[in-house]
Design a protein. Structure first.
Length: 402
């Protein structure tokens, strides 16, 4: 299979017969992933010791503790997600690949000691702090979608994110050099680069997702711009008032919403995938909330839609997520082999559509669907994330009091 071949090629490429292992040494590195013939996606990481490092995206710190060495190569497995950085080390310079084997994808990867993400070599001609009404793929009807850019700039340095109606692009960090905008993030699943030309009122640029997707975007300042409500996008079709599903857990048990564990409970059904960074952010919050409220009549259940080709592989991804986040509520396997939303909708035909991973469905103690929330505004969105937590807690309290 293609994904197995890619991983074997990567492993053989970075293995040799000589026992001349070189280890990572303490310090900050700038890494670069090749996204096109002309563009590199940079991110920074700090090696704490030979077996641990931290990846940085604005305020985000990703702790990595699965690092192995073989001959002259290092194998850095990113937490939760499948991706691996596999590289030869020579004089503390890394050259190799970022590999996502199950998807059959790889990108050229290099790293060397350097404290800067992007070089700041020209004074910023404008400050993009504020809100930006954004359209991606504006000239391609099939691909077009809207977003809200939210940025903060100090001198050349820019942080922020794009919010869409299906989630946010997490922690973006970059610079404005002259009239050139550069933003990036890397978390083991997302490998995003944004480039653009900025004025006081417009941004025109390109968005790269890994080395497999590129699209244009346009943005204009609009302090009052708002996306559609996340609670108006997905809903039950006429004739339905509840949800129904039967999916297996890791032990081979078929779990349904009619089971005793959900009776007379306020239940949150999470449509998600272990490969999805927005789902990761949501799962972290739900785990925190659930652990703090276990004594109440509350239950969570996640339905995982996985790109893994086999059930065994998909359940291994699920177990990894559960172990890393200490998730104690059940995660059921709803789909393998594709993350197609239309295919997901076939598994949940009472919904008008599955528009986003994640999507959360709130069910009251009588088993009736009371609200559906599309997407997730994670911690990178600042005030939006704070507001989500406030609204979530208030609505759960309302359902519990009934």
């Amino acid at each position: 299979m293609r994904y197995i071949s890619l991983l074997l090629i990567a492993i053989s490429l970075f293995s040799c017969d000589k026992n001349d292992t070189e280890f990572l040494t303490f310090g900050t590195y700038r890494a670069e992933l090749t996204v096109s013939d002309t563009e590199k996606l940079p991110f920074t990481f700090k090696v704490k010791d030979a077996n641990t490092l931290e990846i940085y995206n604005a305020e985000e710190v990703i702790e990595v503790d699965e690092i192995q060495y073989k001959n002259d190569s290092v194998y850095i497995k990113l937490p939760v997600f499948e991706g691996q950085l596999i590289a030869k080390i020579k004089d503390q310079t890394l050259n190799g690949r970022f590999v996502v084997a199950e998807k059959g994808r790889q990108q050229a990867f290099t790293a060397s000691k350097n404290k800067t993400r992007f070089d700041s070599n020209a004074k910023a001609e404008t400050n993009i702090t504020g809100n930006w009404q954004t359209v991606f793929s504006p000239d391609t009807e099939a691909d077009t979608y809207v977003a809200k850019g939210v940025f903060k700039q100090e001198n050349n340095i820019v942080t922020g994110t794009f919010l869409t109606e299906t989630g946010d692009y997490r922690y973006l960090e970059g610079v404005v050099n002259g009239n050139q905008l550069q933003l990036s993030t890397f978390d083991g699943a997302h490998a995003f680069l944004f480039t653009g030309i900025v004025t006081d009122s417009t941004i025109n640029g390109y968005f790269y997702s890994g080395n497999h997707w590129k699209e244009p975007f346009t943005a204009k300042r609009n302090a009052n711009y708002q996306l559609q409500s996340a609670e108006a996008l997905t809903y039950l079709k006429d004739g339905y008032d509840t949800l129904a599903f039967s999916f297996p857990d890791a032990d081979g048990n078929t779990i349904s919403l009619t089971d005793n564990q959900f009776k007379n409970k306020v239940t949150v059904v999470q449509i998600m995938g272990t490969w999805c960074p927005n789902c990761l952010d949501e799962s972290k919050y739900y785990t925190q909330y659930y652990n703090a409220n276990k004594s109440k009549d509350i239950q969570f259940v996640a339905l995982a839609f996985e790109y893994a080709k086999t059930e065994a592989k998909a359940f291994s991804f699920i177990k990894r997520l559960q172990d890393r986040l200490n998730i104690t509520y059940p995660i059921l396997l709803a789909q393998t082999g594709t993350t197609s939303k239309s295919k997901a909708n076939e598994k949940l035909p009472m919904l008008n559509h599955v528009l986003s991973y994640p999507t959360s469905i709130f069910i009251d103690k009588k088993g009736k669907v009371r609200k559906i929330h599309t997407g997730f505004n994670g911690p990178a969105t600042g005030e939006k994330f704070t507001q989500f937590k406030t609204d979530f807690t208030a609505f759960m309290d309302l359902l519990l009091a009934e």
